[in-house]
Design a protein around this ligand. Structure first.
Ligand code: NAP
Length: 547
């Protein structure tokens, strides 16, 4: 696409004039968006990335035990059969280094890195209505100008280190799992305190326990977990994946959550108690997120959910030998899968080790961090040499709001979202023309196997920009009415499920003090969402104004 402003002298990533599209972030989304805009539409597109390599989430999250909870044959791009045939994952659930290698393989195979500026952090983006362009400023003070601004910043990329008084006085080392040192951490001979028992904490505990002198786990909210039963992939399975590429994608694209399994169309109450138990046992033996798929109403009906919840709590009681510890771990206060359900490799079993202990900080909260360790409200101090914060993220909005993004008339995104994220389809915010948000709040994103919603968003945005070019359209901007309608629909979709019942969930922003309590992802299912987006496009981009 030729740009009239080529001679404007505005800086670009390669210093050659203005950009058609600037993409923020070089994870799964940014890489594919660059490929689509540059190689399919022929646009001048660049990616700016804070890190010194590609990978996004998988660049930063290098904590012990980090691996994906989606099965490897589904946790990859589906847009290219060539890529799928050339790459082979080694295990049922890919480990962080292997996913990072995969993303580097994709970036190299598609020759993407030459259009990615690494070690370049975006701090500000300002829309200029007079020229219909975005001016983007980096931390180093450089200014770039672009027609389209596309955020590919990830949903879980802003580490949440709780503001516990006294952290600065701690004599040992502390780390957040999402900003883990590349050289690793040596736990040998160390007393380790780990705060947090979400998906990350549950993965980290058994691995840290292997080398730490002692590991004390601080649990605020007890959590369910289903065994991953991770294992190397057999040659037969690898062949099945290659031979059935299209069929596996067809299943993934047809399900509510983008995983390669179908949710059974039966109610928990369609079967006898014995049959239900048999189904749960079989799902437990199979392991993984598929545990949710045995019945259609687990996340819709509290009584149905109770049967799964009780089954899982009993598994904890059986796995953990000390009855007091088992009861703290099984004292779960929310429906199963109302918070993102973790899967694990011997998490509960780790509490049977002599060097692992559990502290219930729901009954005795953390009061402060002292030079020696962690002080509880009761006055008890747990001494530690290393503190691991497995305390999650300022999810879905944090990565946006740490940048200063200003739309029409200087409206800041922080102001537009002061009562929680508001947008249309999770794709665009009113007052922010030509800005697209890949897997933004209000889209299925984190409720799915991420590559599926990412590909759908990237392809929709690409088709939209192509449509604009072909029809001589310069600006696309959603309307406040479309936003109102979509926000209402997102709420309605969440309220039709048990998801909002987990009051302390990061889906609701509840893990970050002061953050508005709004259910952020779209819970209506990926297949339904895809249809809505396709219909919007088919109706001439209904809900958007194109000028
Ligand atoms: P998380 O689910 O938000 O869990 C954070 C944990 O830290 C919770 O147990 C939380 O307790 C606790 N916590 C936070 N602040 C605390 C405080 N001040 N005092 C005591 N405890 C505190 O974060 P996460 O485990 O990093 O996972 C986030 C998401 O990332 C997951 O849900 C998942 O979507 C994704 N993830 C995926 C994978 C994978 O695919 N393998 C792995 C890891 C993460 P409360 O529950 O009481 O707030």
């Amino acid at each position: 696409m030729a740009s009239a402003a080529d001679k404007s002298g505005a800086g670009t990533a390669n210093g050659s004039g203005e950009l058609d599209a600037l993409i923020i972030g070089a994870g799964f989304s940014g890489l594919y968006q660059l490929h689509c805009l540059r190689d399919k539409l022929g646009l001048r597109a660049k990616v700016l990335e804070t890190a010194d390599g590609v990978g996004g989430t998988w660049y930063w999250n290098r904590y012990p035990g980090a691996r994906c909870d989606s099965e490897s044959h589904s946790y990859c791009y589906g847009f290219s059969e060539m890529l799928a045939k050339e790459w082979e994952f080694s295990e049922r659930y890919p480990q962080q280094p292997e996913i990072l290698r995969y993303l580097n393989f994709v970036a190299d195979r598609l020759d993407l890195k030459k259009d990615i500026r690494f070690k370049t952090k975006v701090v500000k983006a300002q829309y200029d209505a007079a020229v219909n362009r975005w001016h983007v400023t980096t931390e180093a003070g450089e200014r770039l100008t672009t027609k389209f601004l596309i955020t590919a910043v990830g949903c879980l990329s802003t580490a949440n280190v709780p503001k516990i008084p006294g952290l600065e006085s701690f004599k040992g080392q502390w780390y957040h799992t999402g900003l883990w040192p590349h050289e690793g951490v040596d736990f040998r001979g160390k007393r380790v305190a780990q705060i947090g028992t979400g998906s990350t904490g549950i993965q980290a505990v058994p691995v840290i326990a292997e080398t730490a002198q002692h590991l004390t786990v601080f649990q605020r909210t007890a959590n369910y977990s289903v065994p991953a039963h991770n294992a190397p992939l057999t040659p037969e399975f690898k062949k099945y994946v290659k031979d059935n590429f299209k069929e596996i994608r067809r299943i993934m694209n047809g399900t509510p959550n983008g995983h390669p399994f179908v949710i059974e169309d039966r109610s928990v109450f369609d079967v006898s108690d014995e049959e239900r138990e048999r189904i749960y046992e079989a799902a437990w033996a199979k392991g993984g997120l598929q545990f949710r798929a045995g019945f259609r109403d687990i996340l819709l009906n509290k009584k149905a959910n109770d049967t799964a919840a009780e089954f899982l709590k009993n598994k904890i009681r059986k796995a953990v030998k000390d009855p007091k510890t088992a009861e703290i771990l099984a004292n779960i206060d929310h429906p199963y899968a109302a918070k993102r359900p973790p899967i694990d490799s011997f998490y509960f079993e780790a509490f049977n080790r002599d060097n692992v202990s559990l502290v219930d900080v729901r009954s005795d909260p953390i009061e402060a961090i002292t030079p020696e360790g962690i002080l509880l409200r009761s006055g008890k101090v747990h001494e530690a040499d290393i503190i691991v914060f497995a305390t999650g993220f300022d999810a879905m909005t944090g990565a946006f709001l740490r940048m200063d993004i200003r739309g029409r008339d200087g409206l800041t995104l922080a102001k537009a979202w002061e009562a929680g994220p508001r947008n249309y389809l999770g794709l665009q915010v009113a007052g922010f023309p030509n800005m697209f948000t890949i897997t933004g709040p209000g889209s299925p994103s984190v409720l799915c196997n991420m590559p599926v919603p990412i590909e759908q968003h990237v392809e929709w945005i690409t088709a939209c920009i192509d449509h604009m070019r072909k029809n001589g359209v310069d600006t696309i901007e959603t309307t406040p009415e479309a936003v109102d309608g979509w926000v209402a629909h997102v709420n309605e979709a969440a309220n039709a499920t048990l998801l909002p019942e987990a009051h302390h969930s990061w889906y609701l922003g509840a893990n970050v003090p002061g953050k508005p309590r709004v259910f952020m992802p779209y819970a209506g299912g990926m297949a339904r969402y895809r249809q809505i987006c396709d219909d919007v496009a088919a109706k001439g981009y209904e809900g958007f104004v194109m000028t």
